[in-house]
Every structure is written in structure tokens, then in C-alpha cells.
Write a protein that binds this ligand. Sequence first.
Ligand code: AMP
Length: 140
Amino acid sequence: MSETIFSKILRGEIPCHKVYEDELVFAFLDIGPLSRGHTLVIPKEPAATVDALSDDSAAAIGRVLPRLCRAVKAATGTEQYNVLVNNGPLAHQAVFHVHFHIIPKPDESAGLGVDWPTKPIDHADAKQLAAAIAAHAQAG
Ligand code: AMP
């Protein structure tokens, strides 16, 4: 994976507002917050997207993510929030180092706005698709 601005943050070469660090995980405030308290949780491992994460890094993030969500809630006094990961440029990823956004949603006007254009599921396709995903998940 190529060098990103988050690699520089991890090496301490550029400043950040750090909120958490352990052996495998680092977290800091987003420099362009969608709302007050917008936090980024990243693995120290330089994986670009979630599917490229090692089991150890994934487990480390999973272990600490709820705690960081609680911390953001407590520090901002905001009850509701989004956790978001963008994977790939079409999916709005701009920095190609995995990052979990924790975005407080204090009111309608602040935080993440989501367009959610749902369509009815095609059950025939869904049956095949679920089986295919299940087989790939089983294979790892
Ligand atoms: P994404 O579109 O999911 O890749 O989001 C990248 C995020 O990284 C954006 O929300 C940026 O505001 C944030 N960001 C970029 N550079 C920095 C930085 N130096 N410190 C903190 N956050 C950053």
C-alpha cells in the first residue's frame, strides 16, 4: 500500500489531535469534522480497505471501537452518531488507509447526511447471492 497522510500522522511527522493509542490502533479528531467530535479510528497496519485488514488489526479495532464511541458520546454530549468506513474512491474514500469515522449526529443539520435510495430485493437473485457470499465467507 502506498504512503498516506495517516502514515505520517502515525509516525508523528504531522500533528493531530490524538484521542487514543494502543499497540495496533490509533485514533484522532478529523481535521474537517462533519460535526463536533468527528473522530477517526485507524489501524497502525497500513491496509487501504477493510477487506485487506489482518485478523489481528480487525480484532483490535473491533475491541476498542465501542469504547471510543462511548467516549465521543460522553465528551460531546451527543447520544446519536454514525460509524462509517469508505472503501475505494467510488465509495468516497479519499485517504487510502483504513479509517472508521465516528460522527456525532447532534441534530438534523450537523453530522452525516445519507442518501439511502432503497429498492425492493429480488428474492431469486438474493438466494443465489446469499449462498455465494456465504461460500466466500466460509473460505475466508
Ligand atoms: P474518507 O473520505 O473516508 O477517506 O475520509 C478521509 C477523512 O480524513 C476526511 O474526513 C478528512 O477530513 C480526514 N483527514 C484528512 N487529512 C487529515 C489530517 N491531516 N488530520 C485529520 N483528518 C484528516
